[in-house]
Design a protein around this ligand. Structure first.
Ligand SMILES: [Mg+2]
Length: 266
């Protein structure tokens, strides 16, 4: 049932926007959700940007947001690392922006080979160099460290197609060290649990909307909430025939989803 939904957990890339372009219908949908007393939270596995970067990006689309509107894999990773490693030293293979976000969260982060490292965190590092990848492999093989990563996505959609995401960087590392990380981002249900906990809405009033079955839709399924897929990103209609993560609803694009939410016909 779509007409009782108030907490909308939107994926960004391939769902409401691609690169710097907002999809047709996204703006109206977001305003409509505000008008019915609902809340939009943008849940993204893209860890190249911090929450501050996203607030700035959305303001360029004339969408006013604050920290409570974002649940990024990087912010979820910060919380997870804080809870599990406290003041302990963490080696980061991540963008400058994410490293800054971790430091601002009070984490003891290093990007060099220091004594006392207890954990390795890998993000969607679009500033990755071979030296950094090699150092990450060295630390994973020579130190007694836990291994955590932001998100399992293999690629990230961009205007010309796709580029390697965090999951692909982890595969690269896995080829050398034979280890796989714990992924904190979608499809880990922690993401949905955190969003519901921070809101005044129930799981029944919550829906996850995304373009990728094995992260977005799986995340909603893992958390026991309804899900909607849109076919403007990775998932195409034919993929629904053989998926282990069937969404509750499917739409061609976010405009169609908006029409369905507004009419309450689902
Ligand atoms: Mg996406």
């Amino acid at each position: 049932m779509l007409n009782n939904k108030r907490l909308f957990l939107f994926d960004i890339d391939g769902t409401i926007a691609v690169d710097n372009t907002l999809y047709d219908g996204s703006f109206e949908l977001i305003n409509y959700i505000d008008s019915i007393g609902g809340k939009s939270v943008y849940v993204t596995n893209n860890s190249t940007k911090s929450v501050a970067d996203y607030i700035e990006k959305f303001s360029r689309w004339n969408i006013k947001t604050d920290e409570s509107n974002f649940m990024t894999a990087s912010s979820a990773a910060c919380r997870y690392l804080k809870e599990n490693f406290g003041e302990k030293k963490i080696f980061a293979c991540a963008t400058k922006s994410f490293v800054e976000e971790m430091k601002n969260s009070g984490l003891n982060v290093t990007e060099s080979e220091e004594e006392g490292i207890r954990c390795v965190i890998v993000g969607f590092d679009n500033e990755l160099t071979y030296d950094k990848a090699a150092l990450t492999c060295k630390i994973l093989q020579t130190r007694d460290v836990k291994y955590v990563a932001t998100n399992p996505d293999l690629c990230c959609p961009v205007s010309f197609g796709a580029v390697p995401d965090c999951g692909a960087i982890c595969k690269l590392i896995e080829c050398a060290v034979g280890r796989t990380p714990l992924f904190v981002g979608k499809p880990n249900r922690l993401i949905v649990d955190e969003c519901v906990k921070n809101s005044s809405f129930s799981y029944g009033e919550t829906i996850v909307v995304g373009d990728r079955l094995y992260t977005d839709i799986a995340c909603g399924i893992n958390a026991g909430v309804e899900t909607a897929v849109v076919f403007t990103g990775e998932c195409k209609e034919k993929d629904l025939e053989k998926t282990e993560f069937p969404p509750t609803y499917a739409f061609s694009n976010i405009r169609e989803f908006f029409d369905a939410v507004k009419s309450g016909n689902c």
